[in-house]
Design a protein around this ligand. Structure first.
Ligand code: M6R
Length: 616
């Protein structure tokens, strides 16, 4: 995700900003920039696409940029391609306000239109430029100073943000504001610092203030003051950072995989809210950003989901949701198989290519293959401007942010949410779901992030259960329908990070061979969140139990009869069953993680695996 650093004080700012940004490089970014001001002169803005090194070379490591007050940013594209033009900082039309931003301004289109009417012109595709110009607008309209302008902006924007801005009338000062996006302020003898993450400022100080949601701050050479939305000064305790540098990069978690597992409520929420808006109590689902027209969605005869690895598993779970909610036939194919097949394709099909990186060689080839066959393509991609995103006819961006652990967790969950949105949109335009039902389902979808949070609160139970796997040789995951899709992903997590052999089976297939592999004590994880398949699942569980399996049942709260059969039961919150995969996958991610930790394995970089498979 994006990174922010700011400094004002006694030292030259640019080298400090570059150093701070370099400590945030691990988070991933596609461009970088800084704005530094020397006394009361206007800030000088320098930006570069690509590595931080490119930016650093432009300003000779910061030496050619005088000034002791500045802000810097590394950008991971969410709105607009990764270009120098879209890189931060962004500047208001007359240079009055310059700012950097992490997060997503959900209503930026509406605000942009409003500002255009007021005479503002826009040079980038970013939501950040809109935020900066809105601050400028309120600053000039009310003329009560930076804190008031920021507060008015905070009330007007929807979404998440960590903002650091400088005002031309206030040399040597940096103003900050945050909501749902991390930001800390540090105080050192040489000056004050702000950053989106601890590692950026650890070299200079370990004394920090945590800015609360909807709070603002004013940084000067001599210290920091904090304000609430009314503009009243608030007191905050100064905290001491005790982590070492490596732990700080991981936000205090032991591994990136665990950090990313915990980011899921946020990224799933961001992805859903990128398409769902609430106006006067009514929810609307807007996928117009993809360019897919309602007419086309209405006329669709078939959906082909093509992907690799976990993204393929998303497709397996999503096919049930798409078929059940929208009544559209779905085929799910491995990209590596699809690209060489000569299968007859149904007219008026949509090929949905799912990929975190947008660079997976097989998925890219499958996309090209579909296009050659005249099939319209939709990419569900996380990396803005990636090859698959560029070449697809339509794109839906998941908002998972950069994923560092090789084993995907948060990107998988964001992809699932994207598919749920597509299913609901199809159901809507095809007229197969009553409006009240759609409202109910959208409302339920919006509650999924909080429910994921609830599952995470119970993670110690999974940690305890993971101890049972210390000597496991084979593990089986069984489920039916959507739960089978979840099992595929749970089994992959187990294999890839903990090196325990595991298999996922459609539970009804057990008696066709697999059951002969069950021995005394073989761990079997049975996922059963689907009401109409619950009894069938219990029967399948009894089958393996009677062959000696050590049985874990994963189901929703309320299905307490599970405990009559399972040796260990884990419950997830109740939700609409179409969305249950988003909750059931979390304990399975945790299980793979804890088993790997117990075996002292390199969780974030499992052997033989690459984050993005760009070769065939
Ligand atoms: O970047 P992509 O989503 O296209 O990657 C696809 C697979 O390589 C990926 O999901 C892989 O299976 C993960 N490492 C699994 O955790």
């Amino acid at each position: 995700m994006c990174g922010i650093v700011g400094f004002t004080g006694k030292l030259q700012a640019a080298p400090i900003l570059l150093d701070g940004l370099s400590k945030l490089e691990y988070r991933g970014y596609d461009s970088a920039g800084l704005a530094v001001r020397d006394g009361d002169s206007a800030p000088v803005v320098v930006k570069a696409k690509g590595r931080l090194k490119v930016l650093s070379e432009k300003i000779d490591g910061g030496r050619t940029l005088p000034g002791t007050c500045g802000i810097g940013h590394t950008r991971w594209a969410t709105h607009g391609e990764p270009t120098e033009n879209n890189a931060h900082p962004h500047v208001s039309d007359d240079g009055n306000v310059v700012g950097v931003h992490n997060g997503i301004i959900e209503n930026y289109q509406e605000l942009k239109a409003k500002l255009e009417k007021k005479g503002y012109a826009f040079y980038s595709d970013t939501d950040t430029e809109v935020a900066v110009k809105l601050i400028d607008y309120y600053y000039k309209k009310y003329q009560v100073g930076p804190i008031d302008a920021l507060a008015k902006t905070m009330v007007r924007v929807r979404g998440s943000y960590a903002l650091a801005v400088m005002f031309s009338d206030y040399p040597g000062e940096i103003y900050v504001a945050r909501k749902d996006s991390p930001m800390i302020v540090g105080v050192a003898e040489e000056g004050s610092l702000v950053a989106s993450d601890v590692p950026a400022i650890m070299k200079y100080t370990r004394n920090v203030y945590y800015i609360g949601n909807l709070e603002m701050g004013r940084l000067t050479e001599g210290g920091v003051e904090f304000y609430d939305l009314n503009g009243d000064v608030i007191e905050k305790p100064l905290k001491d950072i005790t982590w070492d540098a490596e732990a700080a990069e991981k936000g205090g978690f032991e591994h990136f995989m665990m950090k990313e597992i915990h980011e899921q409520p946020k990224v799933v929420g961001d992805t859903i809210r990128s398409a769902v808006r609430e106006v006067e109590g009514r929810l609307t689902l807007d996928l117009s950003g993809t360019g897919l027209s309602d007419e086309f969605l209405k006329s669709l005869k078939q959906i082909l989901i093509v992907a690799c690895g976990s993204a393929y598993h998303v497709g397996v779970a999503a096919q049930y949701v798409l078929e059940d909610l929208a009544g559209v036939p779905v085929r799910v194919e491995y990209a590596s198989e699809f690209r060489y097949r000569t299968m007859p394709l149904v007219e008026d099909s949509l090929a949905v290519i799912i990929s975190q990186s947008g660079e997976t060689a097989d998925s890219l080839a499958a996309l090209r293959h579909a296009k050659e066959k005249g099939v319209r393509t939709l990419a569900v991609v996380n990396v803005v401007g990636s090859s698959i995103a560029r070449e697809a006819d339509h794109v839906f961006y998941t908002l998972a942010g950069p994923e560092i652990a090789v084993a995907t967790t948060k990107a998988y969950s964001a992809q699932l949410a994207a598919c749920d949105l597509l299913a609901l949109k199809l159901a809507e335009v095809r007229g197969v779901m009553p409006e009240t039902k759609e409202q109910e389902m959208l409302r339920e979808l919006l509650s999924i992030p909080e429910k994921i949070g609830k599952v995470l609160e119970d993670k110690e139970r999974i940690q305890w259960f993971a101890n049972k796997f210390l000597n496991a040789r084979d593990v089986f995951f069984i489920g039916r329908g959507i739960d089978y899709g979840v099992c595929l992903e749970g089994s992959l997590k187990m294999k890839e990070v903990s090196y325990v052999h595991s298999e996922a089976y459609a539970a009804g297939e057990l008696k066709h061979g697999t059951i002969s592999l069950i021995e005394d004590g073989t761990p079997v994880i049975a996922v059963a969140t689907q009401g109409d398949l619950y009894e069938k699942m219990i029967s399948n569980m009894v089958e393996v139990k009677s062959r000696g399996a050590y049985l874990c049942g994963l189901t929703s709260f309320g299905n307490y009869t599970m405990e009559d059969t399972a040796d260990f039961t884990f419950y997830v919150p109740k939700t609409d069953e179409h969305f249950a995969a988003s909750l059931a996958v979390i304990p399975l991610q945790l299980l793979g993680y804890y088993v790997a930790v117990n075996r002292s394995l390199d969780v974030d970089k499992p052997r033989n695996l690459a984050k993005s498979v760009t070769v065939e």
